[in-house]
Design a protein around this ligand. Structure first.
Ligand SMILES: [Zn+2]
Length: 694
């Protein structure tokens, strides 16, 4: 007699085979090696398939325990393996990890399909819904919401399609997953290739000494000692352009940035863009939607593409009007009478000068007052302590996935342990651009897990022994990402799939954006903005000037954002047959889309052009980049709520936590918002904040 190997069996020596025994089940990165991921992820998929098959085959009456609870208990091994894998892949990639991703990404897509296209499994959820409707089964609020969303997930996955259509759907999903991964890889390699080497230090005039030292070290690490490396950041705007006085070098960097992905070499992404747009449209049509954007909007809080378009359309004219006025202002400053003298590569530099002149503030002036450790402890953490009563203790005994990680234990107001916060602040070649938060462990009471969350930024490390001095936008990013971290840490839900930031895309940025307000709070600012050498607080006049300068350059910022959001919509409002045919059509399509929407203004290029729009072609923000401004409506309205109620007070923090953050995705998110605000969201606070209400 032979026995088949048990599905999901994994070599016991694999550290991912069992739950980590470290505090909060922090993955044991000292034991996990690259070769452990693939077998563990595959065993995890096999195990979850077996678990799901058991639920589907159960012929006892459908109830909470044998459907909802049972379903949420599946996939434990898969999560345990895939979560650290994707964390490391994003933050500390290597060719070996990328090879695994290439192999496993289509398998994971197929795995998800296997679950959400399983008619028998779907039947169990339908049976539960019928039992609930008949009054035979009582559901709590979170269970009702889980049932509603899972049934919607099944429908949107195509569970009711015929076999041939389902087969096509599976093929599309697998291909799209591969394309998205390939886009990300090509972009990272392309960004490294687009980096600009400078051999004459005189051309770096305007940059701070520590920045130049960091650029020298970066060039040396690429085998070009004696030169200086301008590394490419993800967005169109490159941070250094605000300070570089060499106009030709600025233009060179700008063009290198904007050409990414359209270089005609092995880093060109245009073919991927076209195939991706075509397949997304085809999939939407299979599922009964006119285009991918409609599919996405239905799964978000926006609901429809007309709601999205109405929002973008209401903002665009006001934003461009402001940007044009700002361009004229910058031109006058530069001594030109024609606004067209201001090129995109000049904008940040001139804006920085005008900001400095008008508000006596520039990055170089502010940076000595914005030292990383102090901003974190006396700013980001301090705000959380005052609002929510939580405290932080660094755990030097715990290690993350990279030697530069910092691990903090977070304690609730009553002293009980809440979770872990892992910080990974510095940029490196192996890290993706941008800033993000993710969970290593999702809080949930069903499995008794507490949260472990990660924040990633791309701050340029100073030379060894020097303090890390931040730009103002980096301070805001720290607060922003920590807002996501709090959403994960304060999660208090039953089910893993409803934990923390597991909410729709156009809602998830809202709590993180709200958290940015504390960077500006006078009490918090006084606490962290202190000169790193003299200990002098930032002069009160500067603080006032900073507050006064908040609307400065908002025409630019809003326009570059809206242009990117409109591009994203334009690509995904197409039916498959309307997607441009050849790679040479990609840039003209982009130009036409911006012109049609009235946001084509040469000095303000989109924050991301199509060919390096990683949010959209490399990841999960397809047709959802509008989410940031959608969330900002909720954000500005909530900031007004905090302000109306006295700002930085425990009572306010506790309410925001209880009504919003703690509930994660366990209720309709808009209902959580209404519970907080007492009404539907209003757009006026956002318009006022951005100076668009004139
Ligand atoms: Zn965010």
């Amino acid at each position: 007699m032979t026995t088949d190997p048990t599905p999901g069996t994994l070599d016991a020596s694999n550290p991912l085979a069992v739950a980590s025994t470290l505090p909060y089940e922090l993955p044991d990165f000292t034991a996990i090696r690259v070769e452990h991921y693939l077998p563990a992820i595959r065993a995890g998929m096999a195990e979850q398939r077996a678990e799901v098959a058991a639920i589907a085959a159960d012929d006892s009456p459908a109830g909470v325990e044998n459907v909802l609870d049972a379903f949420e208990r599946t996939g434990v091994l898969l999560r345990r393996a895939a979560t650290p894998f994707f964390t490391v892949l994003a933050a500390d990639a290597s060719p070996a990890l990328e090879a695994i991703e290439e192999e496993v990404a289509p398998e994971l897509a197929a795995h998800r399909d296997a679950i959400y296209l399983d008619a028998a499994l779907h039947g169990r959820f339908v049976a539960l819904a019928e039992a609930a409707d008949a009054g035979d089964v009582a559901l709590d609020e979170d269970q009702q919401w889980l049932l509603t969303t899972v049934l919607k997930d099944f429908r949107r996955a195509g569970v009711s399609l015929g076999d041939d259509e389902q087969a096509r759907l599976r093929a599309i999903n697998a291909r799209l997953t591969s394309l998205e991964a390939a886009f990300g890889r090509r972009l990272l390699a392309g960004a490294n290739a687009a980096s600009v080497f400078v051999d004459d230090v005189a051309r770096l005039d305007g940059l701070a000494a520590d920045t130049i030292a960091g650029m020298a070290a970066a060039a040396e690490s690429r085998g070009r000692a004696g030169e200086y490396l301008v590394e490419m950041q993800l967005p169109t705007q490159q941070g250094l352009l605000a300070s570089l006085t060499d106009r030709d070098l600025r233009e060179q960097v700008q063009q290198a940035s904007e050409r990414r992905g359209a270089t005609g070499d092995e880093h060109d992404t245009r073919e991927i863009v076209l195939e991706t747009a075509r397949l997304r449209a085809e999939r939407a049509a299979l599922l009964g939607y006119p285009h991918h954007a409609a599919y996405v909007a239905e799964g978000a809080t926006a609901g429809t593409t007309s709601a999205v378009s109405a929002m973008l359309g209401r903002l665009a004219p006001a934003a461009v009007r402001n940007a044009r006025a700002e361009a004229a202002d910058l031109a006058r400053h530069a001594g030109a009478d024609d606004a067209s003298a201001v090129r995109a590569s000049d904008w940040a530099f001139l804006a920085e000068q005008v900001r400095n002149e008008r508000f006596a503030l520039d990055d170089a002036t502010l940076r000595p007052y914005l030292e990383l450790e102090r901003v974190v402890h006396q700013g980001v953490f301090e705000a959380a302590t005052r609002l929510y009563g939580v405290t932080f203790a660094e755990r030097d005994d715990l290690v993350g996935y990279h030697p530069g990680n910092r691990v903090f234990e977070v304690f609730d107001a009553d002293g009980s342990g809440l979770g872990l916060f892992v910080a990974d602040w510095y940029t490196r070649e192996a890290k993706r651009g941008g800033a993000w938060m993710n969970n290593l462990v999702d809080q949930n009471t069903l499995l008794g897990e507490q949260p472990v969350v990660v924040n990633n930024l791309n701050i340029v490390a100073p030379p060894a022994g020097e303090p890390t001095l931040l730009r103002w936008d980096e301070v805001i990013t720290l607060f922003h990402e920590f807002g996501h971290a709090l959403h994960g840490l304060f999660s208090h839900v039953r089910y893993p799939s409803q934990s923390g930031t597991n909410v729709p895309r156009d809602f998830v940025e809202f709590p993180s954006q709200v958290n940015e307000m504390w960077a500006w709070d006078p009490q918090i600012l006084a606490s962290y903005a202190v000169h790193h050498e003299t200990g002098e607080p930032m002069p009160a006049a500067w603080v006032e000037a900073m507050l006064a300068s908040r609307q400065f350059n908002e025409g630019f910022a809003t326009t570059e954002y809206l242009a990117a959001a409109i591009l994203d919509q334009a690509w995904h409002l197409l039916a498959a047959e309307d997607v441009p045919a050849g790679v040479e059509d990609v840039v003209p399509f982009e130009v036409a889309a911006l012109e049609d929407a009235g946001v084509a203004f040469a000095p303000v290029p989109p924050r991301y052009r199509t060919t390096y729009f990683n949010h959209v072609f490399g990841g999960g923000y397809a047709a959802a980049y509008y989410s940031y401004i959608w969330s900002e409506v909720l954000d500005a309205d909530s900031v007004q709520w905090f302000t109306e109620n006295g700002g930085l007070r425990r009572e306010n923090g506790d309410l925001f936590r209880a009504r919003l953050l703690a509930r994660g995705g366990s209720v309709d998110p808009m209902e959580a918002f209404r519970d907080l605000r007492g009404r539907e969201p209003e757009i006026a606070p956002l318009l006022a904040r951005r100076g668009l209400d004139a």
